[in-house]
Design a protein around this ligand. Structure first.
Ligand code: HAM
Length: 426
């Protein structure tokens, strides 16, 4: 019987693990320099937490089960409801705005395909306690900061920014009632991936009248805010919401992230809880699934039993980002290296090798040696295979250090090497 990893999951052999660690560390470093602090939570939650406001799509993808006490539980498909739950529990003691990030392992029973798996990692960056567009700008800037950090330019990727309230206004204008809003939004969210005929069919199923489609598409395809406002026939709410988008774009411009960002009113987002600006990050060619998605969700904390409080943020998965970086040859070389490999020049020096290895490791040097008692040349070959920068050669009468990149070799005093290895191994 041969066992395989479960469908849609990945084994992380050391090479893949090194890449995952590189990405996680980069996410963490960028979060911290943007003023966010890290949190985490259990991988299992009560099923109801996701039923309340995440929307039908995500609920249909839940891995859920009943525990021995009859409780309905789910593996978390996202961390935003958990974040809202945690903040609600301490809402009066947490100083606002709350700037938190997390790198959870998530599970969604999706049909596995390029860029979509059943288990993945997702960087989450959220600000709770502010309704200002500055908070949205701050999250988007942090995403852009990450993109630049990993070497992606505005020629490679774009943050496409839309608006839930404007989209809702467009739907109302073509006769969609509140009760049918969630279904209509879900249909619009799928439009970029569908032909005009397929979209028309889906829109009809979602209760959007065929006469309204042209008007709706004119709004979604508007190239700038003025054209969008005109497509919506103006009005106070439209003015307010377009003013917010304009302010957001300006703030992103001031922060130097403007080149990465553009208005795109076709961005609707699949999750039900968004209430304001929404955005997705896509590769410039638009061939891959979204790299990240987020937006403002001002009602979620209240719906989960807390106060009405502004909240905004995004999630960026590891899968699509890694595919894009590989395509652009921008994945770093993260293969394991050693500072030094300790070798013996003659038989009988095994204990001396162990002494040197032990002393170097205690000093923080990444050091290893061969378990096999082989010739010096074989040990040096192993040192090269292990990608050691230096070989420390243990002889009966002293030590030598060989730079394996240049081939240069020199004698060193044992006490000096062990007292200050950095001076001799760099
Ligand atoms: P989401 O759009 O469902 O948003 O996911 C955000 C990102 O996670 C996607 O753009 C994608 O990179 C990645 N992702 C989602 N599903 C999968 C999958 N099955 N396999 C691989 N990657 C995936 C949310 O999850 C929101 N909770 C984000 C958020 C945070 N909104 C506000 N704060």
């Amino acid at each position: 019987m041969e066992f395989q990893a479960v469908k849609g999951t990945r084994d992380f052999y050391p090479e893949q693990m090194a890449l995952r660690n590189w990405l996680t560390e980069t996410w963490r470093r960028v979060s911290i320099r943007n003023g966010f602090v890290e949190f985490d939570a259990p991988i299992i939650e009560y099923l109801d937490l996701f039923r309340v406001k995440s929307g039908d799509e995500i609920v249909s993808q839940l891995f859920s089960f009943t525990d021995r006490g009859g409780r309905e539980l789910a593996l978390r498909p996202e961390i935003t409801p958990t974040l809202a739950r945690m903040v609600n529990a301490r809402i009066h003691s947490l100083p606002r705005p709350i700037k938190w990030f997390s790198i959870p392992r998530l599970f969604r029973a999706e049909n596995p395909q390029r860029g979509r798996l059943r288990e993945f990692f997702q960087w989450n960056v959220d600000i709770i306690g502010s309704g200002e567009t500055l908070a949205d700008a701050e999250c988007i800037f942090t995403a852009v900061d990450l993109l630049a950090e990993v070497g992606l330019t505005p020629q490679d990727v774009a943050v496409r920014i839309g608006s839930r309230p404007l989209t809702v206004a467009a739907l109302r204008r073509v006769g969609v009632q509140e009760a049918g809003m969630e279904a209509a939004l879900a249909a619009l969210d799928k439009r970029p991936n569908l032909s005009a005929e397929d979209f028309a069919r889906l829109a009809a199923e979602a209760g959007i009248a065929p006469e309204g489609l042209a008007q709706l598409c004119a709004f979604q395809d508007a190239g700038d805010l003025q054209a969008a406002a005109e497509a919506l026939g103006g009005g106070k709410e439209v003015e307010e919401e377009t003013a917010k988008l304009r302010a957001l774009m300006e703030q992103l411009g001031h922060m130097g992230a403007g080149e990465y960002c553009r208005l795109d009113l076709r961005i609707v987002r699949g999750l039900a809880y968004y209430t304001g600006v929404v955005y997705e990050i896509h590769d410039a060619g638009g061939r891959l699934r979204a790299i990240a998605g987020g937006g403002r969700y001002d009602n979620l904390l209240e719906v989960l039993g807390g106060p009405e409080v502004g909240a905004t943020g995004f999630g960026m998965g590891d899968v699509v980002l890694t595919i894009l970086l590989a395509e652009k040859h921008k994945l770093p070389d993260v293969s394991a290296r050693l500072d030094c490999f300790v070798v013996s020049a003659a038989p009988g020096l095994g204990p001396a090798v162990l002494e040197v290895v032990g002393a170097l490791r205690r000093r923080g040097v990444v050091a290893d040696y061969s378990f096999k008692r082989t010739s010096l040349s074989r040990q040096l070959k192993e040192a090269n295979r292990r990608r050691a920068d230096y070989a420390v050669i243990v002889r009966a009468d002293g030590l030598a250090v060989k730079d394996l990149r240049t081939g240069q070799q020199r004698e060193v005093c044992r006490e000096e090497l062990l007292a200050d290895p950095g001076r001799h191994l760099s």
